[in-house]
Design a protein around this ligand. Structure first.
Ligand code: NAD
Length: 255
């Protein structure tokens, strides 16, 4: 028996980086994992994971800003697998631009994916989780919801919205007896394509995750560091963890 045996989990933005690592980790522990992404590369990722773990996976191409497609996918998941236990709202983009450089179009796109996309995911998943008798929603926020990062203006604004949205959902579900928990993860820098691209734009070297140097003692995490926390929040081991913001940042935000 794995820690996720019998559970069905849907992960957005699962073709790459953290979403891919989450999908792998939950599948290793016995979950049926539904991967979605705007990028069709998620199809090959789903196959790679099921070949490695022997557990079922599915891939649906999905832009998280598309509410009708959210409903289609969750309906299909319920029809095929009998219900939905876990939603990981992970899809995101990182625009490197200050308040002075960000256009309205860029701000709206960032907000549409990382704020409205999370709203649509939660709103569509909650009725399915109610039918299932409970569930766990995990929203990817960031340390950017706590710290001031001038060059990540639109990104930080969206992640701040995710931080507070998570708490209202947790309380709403608890007050109504839904047995649906909702928590947010606030990671520091983790070595993914998004972070490598952002560091590149800023002309910074990506630190080695295994050996933080004297000038960068916080260092950088690995995707599996996030995936292990997602696994805990997705499983029943975290049954008393609700509405919480979990910092996963090697003490960055307390310095
Ligand atoms: N890597 C980090 O250091 C870090 C830190 C804190 C939070 N996060 C958050 O974790 C999440 C994953 O980040 P990552 O580093 O793995 O990035 P990534 O770029 O490697 O992966 C993001 C995935 O989201 C997908 N995506 C983008 N727009 C989409 C859309 N409209 N609909 C569906 N899918 C879409 C991309 O195709 C990609 O596969 C993001 O929400 C990010 O903000 C990352």
């Amino acid at each position: 028996m794995g820690r996720m045996t019998g559970k069905v989990a849907l992960i957005t933005g699962a073709a790459s980086g953290l979403g891919k690592a989450d999908a792998f980790r939950l599948s290793e522990e016995g979950a049926t994992v539904v991967l979605t992404d705007i990028d069709k590369a998620g199809q090959a990722v789903a196959k790679e994971i099921s070949s490695a773990t022997g557990n079922p996976t599915r891939f649906y191409q999905h832009d998280v800003t598309d509410g009708a497609r959210w409903q289609e996918i969750i309906d299909a998941v319920e029809a095929e697998f009998g219900g939905l236990d876990v939603l990981v709202n992970n899809a995101g983009i990182a625009l490197v631009a200050t308040i002075e450089d960000t256009t309205l179009e860029q701000f709206r796109l960032s907000n549409a994916i990382m704020n409205e996309g999370v709203f649509l995911g939660c709103k569509t998943a909650i009725p399915a989780m109610k039918r299932r008798g409970g569930g766990s929603i995990i929203n990817m926020s960031s340390v950017a919801s706590h710290l001031g990062y001038p060059v990540f203006f639109a990104y930080s604004a969206a992640k701040g919205a995710v931080r507070s949205m998570t708490k209202t959902i947790a309380i709403h579900c608890q007050m109504n007896g839904y047995k649906i928990r909702c928590n947010s993860i606030h990671a520091g820098a983790i070595d993914t394509p998004m972070v490598r691209a952002s560091f590149g734009t800023l002309g910074m070297d990506v630190p080695d995750p295994d050996s933080p140097d004297a000038a960068n003692t916080v260092g950088i995490g690995r995707p599996v560091d996030v995936a292990n926390l997602v696994l805990y929040l997705a499983s029943d081991e975290s049954r008393f963890m609700n509405g919480t913001e979990l910092m996963l940042d090697n003490a960055l935000t307390i310095q």
